[in-house]
Write a protein that binds this ligand. Structure first.
Ligand SMILES: Cc1ncc(COP(=O)(O)O)c(C=O)c1O
Length: 373
């Protein structure tokens, strides 16, 4: 067992925040129409702030978004709505809502099945959207996915299939299911599959926009340092689009050491695939290939990238817990990167740090071990 927590800070030679496209907030009104929707809270984490040596830590808490364990329903719902209308050859109406998609399916007469590849959260969100629409869902997960995560997806009524391979293999298996009645809602993109994952990013912009609105309303100070954790990079693209044009002095992207595909691609200046065969506890970030359409925002938007070992994620989970905030390992990963490279990043008493708690504990066994319960 490793007892030393390793990390690495990579300064991004390609950063050019003026080249990051602006956020598209078309999904906001749609989200507001969803059952149980409300903006999520921004919490204070004074113990974490003391540990980082900064003035404030703001935690955008996505652990209960619409009763789901993560923020992913924002991307899944908007992408499913847009994809269903596109499949049926319809344009979005003036007041987008799930009812509109449901009516369009009923009028068409075809039974559409929503398909998604996932390492947990995205698939569960797609399954929930399918249930809200009264449609079947098939969700593919990589081998080794925690039983609790599979149960979570199945609890939404989806058929779960375990693919004998890693996340990239699971994505390929989902793509192979696409036909006239199977609508694939994946959160990553590849050549020829860009619209739907683009809508996923736009969906995440609702979350980033809530922070910007809270700053504008004077509820929280403007962040000087913003951290975003990275799997395929859709979430971090939305964060970059929301914050690249603001005054934060540092945007920091954080990845697991063993699945640092965006960091590796940024160093190469082009998309590369890394093995990602490991079993990092940051399961939501265990991706080997960056999303193509997110890459430019990540490449231009982030001042630096930090790669962290699992022990840093565990430390972040423990510190948040001490501040009364329970996070899953992927959910705490942004903070993990800041903890690991606090000095090299030059964090100090003048900083207001923003992190996104993107997931509540979804592997309860590991969570209890981490917090020592
Ligand atoms: C909890 C959590 N945080 C962050 C991410 C990263 O999102 P993305 O894959 O868009 O980079 C994921 C992705 O699954 C996730 O589940």
């Amino acid at each position: 067992m490793r007892t030393m927590a390793a990390s690495r800070l990579v300064r991004n030679p390609h950063v050019d925040r003026a080249r990051v496209p602006p956020a598209d907030d078309a999904a906001r009104a749609f989200h507001a129409s969803l059952p149980g929707f409300s903006p999520t809270p921004i919490r204070a984490a004074p113990g974490v702030a003391a540990r980082l040596g900064v003035a404030r830590v703001l935690v955008k808490d996505e652990s209960q978004r619409m009763g789901m364990p993560s923020f992913k329903i924002l991307g899944a719902s908007w992408a499913a709505y847009r994809a269903i209308l596109a499949t049926l050859g319809r344009e979005p109406g003036p007041a987008p809502s799930l009812a509109e998609a449901r009516d369009a399916v009923a009028a068409d007469g075809r039974t559409l099945t929503l398909v998604a590849a996932t390492d947990g959260n995205h698939g569960r969100a797609v399954a929930r959207v399918a249930r809200l629409l009264g449609l079947p869902a098939v969700v593919l997960v990589p081998a080794g996915t925690a039983a609790s995560r599979i149960e979570g997806i199945a609890s939404e009524g989806a058929e779960v299939r375990v693919v004998d391979g890693n996340y990239d293999d699971t994505i390929a298996a989902s793509a192979a299911l696409a036909d006239g009645t199977h609508v694939v809602i994946d959160d990553t993109s590849w050549p020829g599959y860009t619209d739907i994952p683009g809508w996923v990013i736009d969906g995440y912009s609702t979350m980033v926009g809530e922070v910007v609105a809270a700053v504008a309303a004077g509820e929280v100070p403007e962040p000087t340092v913003v951290a975003g954790q990275i799997g395929v990079g859709a979430l971090s693209a939305a964060i970059a689009r929301g914050f690249a044009g603001r005054s934060a002095r540092l945007l920091v992207g954080v990845e697991p050491t063993e699945a640092a595909c965006v960091t590796g691609s940024a160093l190469a200046g082009r998309i590369v695939t890394v093995p990602a065969e490991g079993t990092t506890c940051m399961a939501g970030l265990n991706c080997g290939t960056p999303s193509e359409i997110a890459f430019e925002s990540n490449l231009r938007g982030y001042d630096c990238f930090v790669t962290v070992d699992d022990l840093w994620a565990e430390e972040a989970v423990r510190l948040l817990h001490a501040d009364g905030i329970d996070a899953g390992e992927s959910g705490a990963a942004g903070l993990a990167g800041l903890l690991a490279e606090r000095e090299a990043l030059g964090l100090g008493a003048g900083d207001v740090v923003l992190v996104f708690l993107t997931e509540r504990p979804t592997d309860p066994v590991n969570f209890r071990r981490i917090i020592g319960g």
